[in-house]
Design a protein around this ligand. Structure first.
Ligand code: FAD
Length: 476
């Protein structure tokens, strides 16, 4: 009897535990991908990720076919599709790699028991994390709520399992069930093609992921910690969308960087700093796994009563990168054109939304969800709660980023601003972080009319800072 390999966030052949098991069964393997927007609800894939998914599925399908495999696409409720297909093809087993959000684990449990009722085995594996959320716990057996002890505890482990070899052969059954056509899913933008700026930046798929890892290891990994906060230098790995779609596994990343440290190619402090970021991802998964209400409720309950503004105009200015704060606008425009934003700038724009515009962090989270190619339910949610001061181990709310000093510190020459806010390109560096400080003559020289070619700041940072603090006092 054939078996089904149900692919989800694991579109790769390398180090794919569920795929290994399916192949090892010796039976013909049918690969299945289900697009289920209804079950995901608010967390149905955003527009930027649909673009990615389209290309990632194309790349996967092509690689699969060279290995003798076949990919079946179905759209609809996974709790119906998976058991029905297993029954239709008389599968003996269905294999998959686990997911961890409650709206994902609930259907998985339901599907496993529906399969069991039909005498079909549902086998789940860990292909997404270094460790399962329950494998890293405090001395008293609880999950962590603070990152530093979590990271210490993770480091005390023997290390993640070895990476599994690539699967080279996956023979499809001789007769195939019907499949949707990928083009009919309409995952790509029509007109206007807002994803034009994605194409030069990204290569979705496993090959693209491996190439990016290789390039980053050869060039930027050795100075990761020194440069990771500098958006102008842009030297982080940019592996986040590949990790999200499972085109590369964290286990492979962990061992690649650890081996390079052992070999002396990457200094210990630089490599360890990178591994600690991989651990932030794991920590976010643990948080969301044990606190599923975090998906839309603050982890710190007192924040439920925080008085957020609802100001559509301000939200719109933030989304379009027209706040009059150049570093914020550069970040929001990078997000729009590339589907990605540098981590330091994510923190700056996040803090600005919450503490300068006094808008709800969930508004920011939703916009990121729609625009990011790496939108991840654990990382996005945990990071927004962290920046809003209401999550686990969060930066205290009263510590408020000053967007201008952040800009001076992390984009000292304004190169990042100039790249994404071209109307400020000719402004001398000493005014690039705060154009309104420049005289009319200097602005004129740079071809800028404030309030026309570039907006005046939509809020005054020091005023807003006071307001934010007084609202915080009210819930404290
Ligand atoms: P690198 O610096 O090269 O790091 C390698 C990997 O480590 C990343 O790919 C990512 O998987 C993980 N990582 C790095 N930083 C973090 C972090 N702070 N938290 C959790 N994991 C991390 N990351 C996402 O993957 N998806 C999101 O939806 C997301 N939303 C965010 C929202 C906000 C408001 C903030 C402040 C951060 C968010 N992050 C998110 C975390 C981080 O910004 C990105 O992971 C990082 O910028 C991706 O770039 P990179 O791959 O070059 O990172």
């Amino acid at each position: 009897d054939p078996v089904i390999l149900w692919l989800r966030e694991d579109l790769r052949f390398d180090d794919n535990p569920a795929m290994r098991e399916a192949a090892a069964s010796g039976a013909p393997v049918l690969c299945l991908y289900v697009l289920d927007d209804a079950t995901a609800g608010d967390f149905a894939m955003g527009a930027a990720q649909r673009w990615w998914l389209h290309h990632s599925l194309c790349a996967f399908k092509e690689d699969l076919e060279t290995r003798g495999g076949a990919l079946i696409l179905r759209r609809g409720k996974e709790t119906e599709i998976v058991p029905a297909l297993a029954k239709e093809i008389k599968a003996s087993h269905v294999f998959w790699n686990r997911r961890y959000m409650k709206w994902q684990t609930d259907p998985d449990t339901e599907i496993k028991s529906a399969l069991q009722d039909m005498g079909i085995k549902g086998i789940s594996c860990n292909g997404r994390l270094l460790y399962e959320p329950w494998e890293i716990e405090t001395k008293s057996g609880d999950p962590y709520k603070v990152y530093t002890p979590y990271w210490k505890s993770l480091q005390q482990k023997e290390g993640p399992r070895a990476a599994l070899p690539r699967t080279d052969k996956l023979n499809a059954p001789p007769s195939l069930p019907s499949t949707d056509r990928l083009d009919d899913w309409n995952l790509l933008p029509r007109s206007p093609n807002w994803a034009e700026g994605f194409e030069p930046v990204w290569t979705p798929g496993e090959k693209g992921a491996r190439a990016r890892l290789r390039a980053w290891l050869d060039t930027d990994a050795a100075s990761y910690d020194d440069c990771r906060n500098r958006p102008d230098q842009d030297r982080t790995s940019r592996l986040s969308p590949h990790l999200h779609f499972g085109e590369i596994s964290p286990v492979v990343l962990w061992h690649s960087v650890s081996d390079a440290m052992e070999a002396g190619d990457i200094p210990k402090d630089q490599g360890t700093s990178f591994l600690s970021e991989i651990a932030w991802r794991e920590f976010s998964y643990q948080l969301l796994y044990y606190h599923p209400t975090m998906r839309d409720q603050p982890l710190m309950e007192k924040f439920t009563d925080f008085e957020w503004d609802t100001d559509k105009k301000a939200l719109n200015a933030w989304q379009r990168g027209r706040t009059g704060y150049p570093i914020v606008d550069a970040g929001m425009r990078q997000l729009w054109t590339e589907g990605w934003m540098h981590n330091r700038v994510r923190m700056i724009v996040g803090s600005f939304l919450v503490k300068d515009l006094l808008l709800d962090w969930r508004d920011g989270m939703r916009w990121f969800w729609d625009c990011l190619v790496d939108a991840d339910p654990a990382n996005n949610t945990a990071s927004w709660q962290w920046i809003a001061g209401c999550g686990a181990d969060a930066a205290p709310f009263f510590r408020i980023f000053n967007p201008t000093t952040q800009s001076e510190k992390f984009d000292p020459d304004g190169a990042y601003i100039r790249r994404y806010v071209p109307e400020l390109r000719d402004l001398p560096t000493r005014f690039i972080h705060e154009p309104r400080k420049a005289s009319t003559a200097i602005l004129k020289d740079a071809g800028i009319v404030l309030g026309e070619t570039y907006p005046d700041p939509i809020v005054d940072h020091s005023d807003r800072r006071k307001q934010a603090l007084s609202r915080y006092e009210a819930i404290k």
